[in-house]
Write a protein that binds this ligand. Sequence first.
Ligand SMILES: Nc1ncnc2c1ncn2[C@@H]1O[C@H](COP(=O)(O)OP(=O)(O)OP(=O)(O)O)[C@@H](O)[C@H]1O
Ligand SMILES: [Mg+2]
Length: 411
Amino acid sequence: MHVTHLSLTDFRSYARAEVPLGPGTTTIVGRNGQGKTNLVEALGYAATLGSHRVATDAPLVRTGAERAVVRAAVDRAGRSTLVELEIVPGRANRARVNRAPVARPRDVLGSLRTVLFAPEDLALVKGEPDGRRRYLDEVLVALAPRLAGVRADYERVLRQRNTLLRTARAQRVAPAALEVWDEHLAAAGAQLLFSRLHLVRRVAPHVAAAYAAVSGHGDAAGEEPGADAAGSPARLGYRCSVPEVDDLDVVGAGEVPELPGRAELAEALLRALAAQRRAEVERGTSLVGPHRDDLVLTLDGLPARGYASHGESWSFALALRLGSYALLRGAPVGGPAGAGDPASGPSPEDEPVLVLDDVFAELDAGRRRRLAALVAGAEQVLITAAVDDDVPAGLEGDRLRVADGEVARDG
Ligand SMILES: Nc1ncnc2c1ncn2[C@@H]1O[C@H](COP(=O)(O)OP(=O)(O)OP(=O)(O)O)[C@@H](O)[C@H]1O
Ligand SMILES: [Mg+2]
């Protein structure tokens, strides 16, 4: 799919912006602070209902305005869809698809798919586990939008259970109602955990291949992602807070660990909750479940966090995004229900829009060249850069200039 038009009203620094876009590569160039990232952030918001930079909506609305509107016209194999979102801080968003209001904003998920890499993604490698969990869950929702509901259920159950545990801590006794919430947590948690374990297994070879391709490991020129996964130094693992669920450590297709089923996971979660009962009441919070897990990144067997160089960390963060892009490219929208069921064949019309915000400035010449080769075949890729020279020759495509809140086509 590709976006043919992006329209903003009172979003970030833009009072108004009308941005026509075409398939292939578009480079967005402008000096620091001119509004390049604001544009791609809006696009990401239309796809995910969230910003990659902030957790709340208030900063997205132009100072002094009450609401922001983002409109994206999406072409999917010749069929056009108009996604419209009205962002009003402190209130639920309003959403329309093809001018018809949808019941819940999350019903727009799947109309537009994006994979966005931004400098903030360095935190995927160097930061706390919550960013990596968010990465996994975002890919899950992009693969199967209904999983947004599973995740929302889990978060709701977790909040209510934690409220109960806080009261229990004050009274120093576990209330009987906790058992009901154990069941709820185990049920929703098992769904999420099941999907994540399968996702890690599916995305790991793509991430490993992308890392090898970008960093130039082996002879990987990047033409055939997937082929060089096995020789890649980059591996993914999943560290689970449920002791019975073995930590997952995967890379190539050769290593396919047997994964537990949903019912098995729910049982294991229940046992883990029972074992932690006293500690949970003492601490007043839930200590087991997917909210305590981590995606483990290693390079040559060493944890990337704490060992990898700045450039290696950057490449790994990029590989996580490119790996998810490669996976999503081959998976149909709303397709694999658990994201673990076998995907049907690739459907090019579902190919996500790839967005690379400020990626080239941090890469050495070889990595720039190899990345350019990797993304050249994308249906649509949007690249931002502060300096023209940062974008490798041959990749510029269409060029937009951003200055003083105006977006103009170059030439
Ligand atoms: N809610 C808002 N209302 C008005 N202006 C805003 C708002 N949020 C951000 N801005 C302004 O938008 C500008 C930043 O835009 P953006 O992050 O898109 O820059 P950029 O072109 O990507 O720059 P860089 O090259 O440094 O990454 C800043 O000047 C900031 O003050
Ligand atoms: Mg920027």
